[in-house]
Write a protein that binds this ligand. Structure first.
Ligand code: ADP
Length: 295
């Protein structure tokens, strides 16, 4: 199974071009979608999830025309939106049972089995009778993935699922996602760039509605080998460095700035070569469109 997005464009009525000729091929497994705020990630995910129309282009899931055969897509889709709200007074078990009904699981016994097995899978069985409004952020997101997994979807879309989770909750959530298996397409958008390297064998970077890069995270990091240099500088000197080098990131460390630059050749000037990370790939790709260094 593969998802092929071809020349997809979307302009909102207010004139914002959220997607500009985006073409992407997504294979089975975890696919990471990276991009700054406003890049178009949610617009892309909502379009794949059949929740909004594109202006032009196509999305094919094997032979299934996603933009036209919406009902068929919805039957095999699991979606966890960014702003996933819950009914605060209903218990996790009641809500999942209701969703199972909506998903067309008619048989009461089968419905019960499905709900119980999902509650176990996301480790919420012990909390199944508690009202959703009392759940922590991590529990809410695990509940969110349980509802997205209802009906054994073949295509799962999760939009920034770890926002607001602490590191332990995030790990637990990612372990859960990784278990979903290899015969499913899981599209994950996140702000945490290194998570994509850990979790995903395929990824893409979009910025201002345009696809900047797609491929294997390890390969992408490899292409920057020998091209990333680091140096500590005084904050006052940053503008001079910005003029002379392609600065891809700066971090404040004990009153000094730790600078990373991209350079095809050794820049000299006391820069030292450093090992590239996926964040370097990300910043290097979006540097042409976004001012990364505003101090
Ligand atoms: P991301 O998920 O990467 O943050 P979005 O897809 O939410 O990006 O947004 C892409 C651009 O489209 C942004 O400039 C955003 O303000 C704009 N946008 C998103 N949704 C709407 C909408 N319903 N109407 C008008 N503009 C929108």
């Amino acid at each position: 199974m593969q998802l092929v997005i071809n020349q997809l464009s979307k302009r909102y009525p207010n004139g914002v071009q959220a997607l500009n000729n985006v073409s992407l091929t997504i294979q089975q497994g975890m696919f990471g979608l990276l991009g700054p705020n406003g890049a178009g990630k949610s617009s892309l995910m909502r379009t794949i999830a059949t929740l909004q129309e594109a202006d032009s282009g196509s999305i094919m899931l094997d032979n299934l025309d996603v933009l036209k055969e919406k009902d068929t897509v919805r039957r095999i889709l699991g979606y966890l939106p960014q702003d996933f709200g819950v009914y605060p007074k209903i218990s996790a078990e009641e809500m999942l049972t209701h969703i199972a009904q909506l998903k067309g699981i008619q048989n009461a016994g089968e419905r019960k089995d499905t709900v119980q097995s999902l509650l176990h899978r996301v480790n919420l069985y012990a909390d199944r009778k508690k009202a959703l409004g009392t759940f922590s952020g991590g529990m809410k997101q695990r509940f969110g993935i349980a509802q997205a997994l209802m009906g054994q979807p073949k295509l799962i879309i999760v939009d920034e699922p770890t926002a607001g989770l602490d590191p332990a909750e995030r790990n637990r959530f990612y372990n859960l996602l990784s278990e979903i298996g290899e015969n499913t397409i899981v599209i994950l958008s996140t702000h945490i760039v290194e998570d994509v390297r850990t979790l995903c064998r395929q990824f893409a970077i979009i910025c201002q509605g345009e696809l900047m890069l797609q491929g294997d995270p390890d390969d992408a990091v490899q292409t920057l080998e020998g091209k990333i240099y680091g140096k500590r500088i005084d904050k006052a000197a940053i503008d001079i460095y910005k003029q002379q080098y392609e600065v891809i990131s700066v971090q404040m460390k004990s009153g000094q700035l730790s600078l990373r630059v991209y350079s095809d050749d050794d820049p000299g000037n006391e820069f030292i070569p450093v090992s590239p990370v996926l964040e370097d790939v990300y910043f290097h790709q979006i540097a042409s469109k976004v001012d990364l260094v505003t101090i």
